[in-house]
Every structure is written in C-alpha cells, then in structure tokens.
Design a binder for this molecule. Structure first.
Ligand SMILES: NC(=O)c1ccc[n+]([C@@H]2O[C@H](COP(=O)([O-])OP(=O)(O)OC[C@H]3O[C@@H](n4cnc5c(N)ncnc54)[C@H](O)[C@@H]3O)[C@@H](O)[C@H]2O)c1
Length: 457
C-alpha cells in the first residue's frame, strides 16, 4: 500500500473492508476478487453473518465484501485505563483490524481487572511487561502525565509505535528527547490532540487553507470546564509531581493552542500569561481516584496546598502577525467541556464550539451569517470523509477520536511515516514538543509578572 492510497485528502483508507457502496465500481470489483481469495480466513473476528448469507443466496447475489480482511492485523496495548484509556480502545476497536492485546495497570490486580472489563486478551501489572509483549506493536499511553516520558521512552527503545495522550511529557526537555528517540526508532509516534478529528474542525481548517475567510487576523476563544470548582474536587493533575507545572493551562489550554495552530496552519510565536490558582487549598482524597470519579467522604480527605493554576488567561501572537487571546479554566460553572475557537479573517470569521460540535458558525460583514450543520453532503469534498454519519445524525467526541486513530493506524498499516507534506490530521511528537514549549513560555511569562515571552522551540 502506498501513501497515495492510504492518505486520501488526509483520510486514511483503512486496511479492511468496512462496508458496502463506498467506493468506485472498479475498485469494488478488485476488492471482491481479493475477498474471494481470502474468504477462507478464520481469525477471531472473521465471520459472515448467517442471515446475510442466507438472504444473499436466496437472491443469488453473494457479496463477500462484508468479510473483514485479516491479512494485516495490528496488535495494540494500552498503559493506563482510567477515564480516557477505554476511549482509545473503543476507537481502535472500530477500525476492525486492530487486536486489543493487553492493558497494563498500576498493579497486577488492576491490570487483570481492566483487561477483563475492556476485552483485552492480557492484563499486566507493569508497563514494561506490556512493552516486551511481542504481540503488542503499538503502545498507547494514557497514564497520569509524569509517566508518559518513561513509558514512551521504553516503548521506543523496543521499537514500538506509540500513541500517547497529551501532554507528550511534562517538560519540553523530555519532549525533545522523545522526538529524537522516535526519529531514531523510525516508528509512527502520535499525540492525541483529539479535537483535530472533528469533521467541522477539518471543514474550518480546509476553508482557511482555501482562503475563504481571508488572512487570519484575530484568533480567540477559551477552554473552560467546571469539574474542579469545589475545594473537594481533586485530581493528580493538581500535583505538580504527577501532572507537571500547570493544571488548567497544560491540561486543556494545550488543546486550545494545538487546535488554533492546526486549524490556521500558523505557529504561536509569543505569549503573555496571567496565571491564577482560584482554589489555593483543596481536600485531597487519601486514596487515589480516576478523573471525574465521585468525591470521597469527608473522613478520607486531607487538606493540601495547591501550587498549580486552575485558571489562565493568555495573549498570543502568531507568525503571520495575527493576534490572539484565550482562557483556560477548570473552575467555571456550567462549562463542562467548553472549547471554543474563533478565527477572524480579513474577509469572514469562522467559529467552532466543542459543546455544539455539529455546527460551524461563519460570520460575514455584507450578508447574513451562516451556520453550517455537519452534513457530509454540505461539506467540502476534501474533508467530508471525516463525517462518518449523514446529516442530522450527530457525531461526537468519540467519533472524532476514532478519526484520529483511523489515520494513525493507516500510517502504521502502510509502513509509512507522517511528514510535513502529508497534511495528516493527527499530532506528531513534534507537535507535542511544541505544545510543551508554549506552556512553559506562558508559565515563564506569568512568573515574570506578565511580560511578552518568545516561545523557544
Ligand atoms: N485527549 C483528551 O481529551 C484527554 C482527556 C482526558 C485525559 N487525557 C490525558 O490522558 C492521560 C490520562 O488521563 P485520565 O483522565 O484518563 O486519568 P485517570 O486518572 O482517569 O486514569 C489514569 C489511569 O492510569 C493508571 N495508572 C497510574 N499509574 C500507572 C502505572 N504505573 N501503570 C499503568 N497504569 C497506571 C491509573 O490507575 C488510572 O487508571 C493524561 O495524560 C491526560 O492528560 C487526555
């Protein structure tokens, strides 16, 4: 398989037969021939639904394109399966050609339990055992942030592909080392800045590349949540030893910066940050909890000082001279996962809001504003493949996550590596490195009383 047929307008063609009627007749014919040769495969997921076969035979039209191709299955393992880890598994499971081989937990018992819950074949009590498993070709990392560096580094040392959740590491120095190590290992190395996978995000990106809004002049928005608004709310994200030097900014502000750069194709060059800890003391559970879990009872809590931000406001400058501003906060009531990105250009504006992700607002000066509903038939032909459902069928967070995985695994299946020319949608380790540089520059700016800082990449 060549890059030409793997990445079609940035959308990987999965190395499996996913359904009927999606391709040109000629290709369909070839696929039918290939599947006729392959129909004897008897892998775990290799099946032909009996009812379909009976009906098909009745009408003399046996269509074997529904048999998944098993010739190139890929084994994945995941380290850390709290809140986001299971979503990695759901997303790759939907691809149809990925085996969920193993889960590694923080101990043997949790590794085994999570593997059972998530339908993985094996459960490990430490990440090295998972990385050493020859059936695991791709290592996903969804642990608390401080473990990303050692886990990724160990996976790369074993020549495994890596899909890490953000941040790539807790410092830019560690991130840089991982970029270099991944390049030496010559593997696919991705970071899940997942909002890139939303169909209308790609529509906005395409419109901007196409010049539809003119030259971007002002890029603004926010990423607000409320799950840390009470002093009884606690997460490892608030412990700098585990989460890194920032909470709101590093955890969700990093998503905003990545998305702003991805959608516009611009780089953030300078930042000026105002960093706040709205809740300086919190009641921490004595026993660790996973993200979004219920609070513990009062007797199980201890009061701790908080040394990281839960609110940040940032001015930014982009490399085309555009100005920007965004806020990131986890203490803003009513905002659940409220990421807003608006790009004002010299001709029009465009705005996408995660909590209403099936709509894209387009603002005009001389005619009525528009709201584009997510509908593949109304989207640009270059990006409509990211919409997996027809108009009126709402797509969501998990679908966008799956779009990322489809493309990442497309590269892995093809033995290809992303490069700047491929315009793939997923973030690479280089993007992850740049993200940590931006966060550090904002923290430095705030530490110095709010001065402009150049981001040192
Ligand atoms: N892309 C996104 O939108 C998104 C969303 C949430 C979290 N994240 C990122 O994903 C990562 C995990 O976040 P989360 O919210 O799922 O956290 P979480 O606390 O819910 O889950 C972390 C899991 O890692 C496990 N773990 C801890 N130490 C381990 C070890 N040594 N080996 C194996 N497992 C271990 C914990 O037991 C827990 O199950 C973080 O880096 C976070 O930034 C990304």
């Amino acid at each position: 398989m060549t890059r030409g047929n793997i990445v079609k307008c940035g959308i990987p063609e999965p190395h499996v037969v996913t359904g009927l009627g999606a391709e040109a007749d000629g290709q369909k014919e070839k696929k039918r021939e290939r599947n006729h040769k392959r129909h004897k495969h008897t892998g775990r997921d290799s099946y032909v639904p009996l009812v379909h076969l009976m009906v098909s035979f009745l009408f003399f039209q046996v269509d074997l394109t529904i048999i998944p191709r098993m010739d190139k299955r890929i084994g994945m393992g995941i380290v850390g399966a709290g809140f986001v880890g299971p979503h990695h598994i759901d997303a790759v499971r939907r691809l149809g050609f990925v085996d969920i081989v193993a889960v590694a937990g923080s101990n043997e018992e949790s590794g085994r339990r999570k593997a059972e819950q998530l339908g993985a074949r094996k459960g490990y009590g430490n990440y090295q055992a998972l990385i050493d498993d020859p059936d695991v070709q791709v290592v996903h990392v969804a642990t608390p942030n401080y473990l990303h560096y050692p886990v990724i580094s160990a996976a790369l040392a074993n020549g495994k592909h890596v899909v890490s959740d953000k941040p790539l590491a807790t410092t830019s120095a560690e991130s840089r080392q991982l970029v270099e190590q991944a390049a030496r290992a010559n593997v696919v190395a991705a970071v899940t800045f997942n909002y890139r996978g939303n169909p209308l995000v790609q529509q906005a990106r395409h419109a901007i590349t196409n010049g539809d809004i003119g030259n971007p002049t002002f890029i603004h928005g926010y990423y607000l949540q409320d799950w840390l608004i009470k002093d009884t709310d606690y997460s490892w994200r608030l412990d700098p030893e585990k989460g890194g030097a920032s909470s709101a900014l590093g955890d969700i502000g990093s998503h905003w910066c990545d998305l702003a750069q991805h959608v516009t194709g611009l780089r953030i060059t300078h930042v000026l940050g105002d960093i706040t800890t709205v809740i300086p003391q919190r009641k921490k559970p004595r026993v660790a909890r996973e993200a979004f879990q219920e609070a513990a009872g009062a007797a199980d809590l201890e009061t701790v000082d908080i040394r990281v931000d839960d609110l940040a406001s940032v001015l930014v400058r982009f490399d085309n001279g555009a100005k920007g501003v965004f806020s990131a906060g986890q203490v803003c009531a009513g905002h659940k996962n409220d990421l807003v990105l608006e790009v004002c250009g010299s001709k029009a504006s465009i705005c996408w809001r995660q909590e209403q992700q099936n709509e894209l607002w387009i603002g005009h000066r001389d005619k009525a504003n528009e709201v584009l509903q997510k509908d593949p038939s109304l989207m640009d032909s270059n990006v409509r493949g990211y919409a997996r459902l027809p108009g009126g069928h709402q797509e969501a967070w998990a679908d966008a996550f799956c779009n990322l995985m489809r493309e990442i695994y497309g590269f892995i299946a093809a033995g290809e590596r992303p490069d700047p020319a491929t315009r793939q949608i997923f973030a690479t380790f280089e993007d992850g490195y740049r993200s940590t540089c931006i966060v550090e520059a904002i923290l430095d700016s705030a530490k110095q009383g709010g001065v402009w800082m150049k981001v040192n990449y």
